[in-house]
Design a protein around this ligand. Sequence first.
Ligand code: SF4
Length: 493
Amino acid sequence: MNDRVEPEKIRCDACPVMCFIADGKIGACDRYANHGGDLVRLDPLTILHGTEQKLVPFLPDDDLEWNGDIVKGERTFVTAVGAGTTYPDYKPAPFIVSQEIDGVDMVTVVTEGIFSYCGVKIKIDTDRHIGNERDVVRVDGEPVGHVMTTEYGSKMLSLGGVDHLTGGSKKEGRVTCDALLRLCNVQAVELVIGENDHAVSVTVQAGQAPIIDGAPEKLMRVGCGSATIGMFAKQWRDHVDDVVVVDDHITGVLSEHQAGKMLDIPPTGIKIKGRRSTPGRYFQVAEPGTGWGGTDIQDPLSILGPYNPKVAWAGQRLLMVSTTGEQFAYYELDADLVPQRAEMPPAVLASTERIAENCEPSICSVLFMGGAGGSLRSGVTENPVRLTRSVKDALTHVSCGGAQTYVWPGGGITVMVDVLDMPAMSFGYVPTPALVAPVEFSMRLSDYAALGGHMDEVRKVADISGPSRKIPQASKGHDPMAPANYRWSDKTP
Ligand code: SF4
């Protein structure tokens, strides 16, 4: 006879996976555990304090009075980080917390949403060519997203989305979810963009410089080639006869540019290979690459044609420089009107340093983007469309981990948030696969009742107990409860 008693397992009902968890074990997402027969959320509830970063007693008994500051230093805000999820959708959110703010009864509905429809938008500040629009972005060989547009000094990527999470192979979904999780939790992820010998490796981490094919990027361009001519034309006029700012998009030529004309700089007989757009502005002088100004060239003279002998003169001084000032070369025309490398005068060298000085550090930005669906909206109200309308009417304010979000216009509640504004390790996952992200909906208690909220579940903030992590408000100091966030406030801009 076998006397061994199998440990009792309990069922976690916080997501569709419905894990059976033995005592002392954790569920598939590492977020829930069986602790002596009780299902517990492993990460503590995260509570924000005001920007003064003053340590205050957790949930003080006395009512705090709004003093008109933009952010109340001693106020607490219960975020959804560590709050837990509810499943299926009709159940109320784990925390529905009320507190009085400036004489107004407010309520915050707090939940960790499970997002199958989510992804990240990434902005990488670099001139270097890391891929063409629509190139596939891969992690561990799996497609996780694609290259979007090039913006002013930055390349944009879109990663994740429901098609990669659910529409491909099981491995594609798992790898996509893991990459999103790490990016959102401010960890580094190596992405491979493009195919075969065109593949470029880019390591992305929010708030850090991108690492492109093993080399950390340093500077974001001061502007396009044309803008650089405009900005520095006056500083060049007395020291050189012509300047070419090499740029993959808009290469600028001082003597032909409007800035040069205004400063009475005479024609130099220079010839640029490329498509002339307007005077002194050329497109497509070379192929995109990791060389000068985001082109594939290492020798800037390769974009010059022969000088016009009727205009050019021997001894003419030419500066060629990239849009970050990191690459530069100085030439003088010889008797055959061929540019020859020459020693750069100190004033010209100083101008290239001025360009670099005006460039900002190259940074990766990661914005989480997700749409609030069933469990999020039903966790707030029995009539979910009313929540959507309330958000659009600026009666309900949406935050993620207490951070400011951007709510897209149009239908639904589709939000974007900078992951650097959120508390550390705000994101989790479930193996469906989907990302778990904190979302809070704050509004007046009266508005909550009007939209059909779960009024029986409202608890006073002082009644919230259990383990918690208390951290200061994010450095940007967004206050989800500030009256200015709401249409009813006379402080609304
Ligand atoms: S994956 Fe996590 S949330 Fe989902 S049932 Fe398992 S333990 Fe619970």
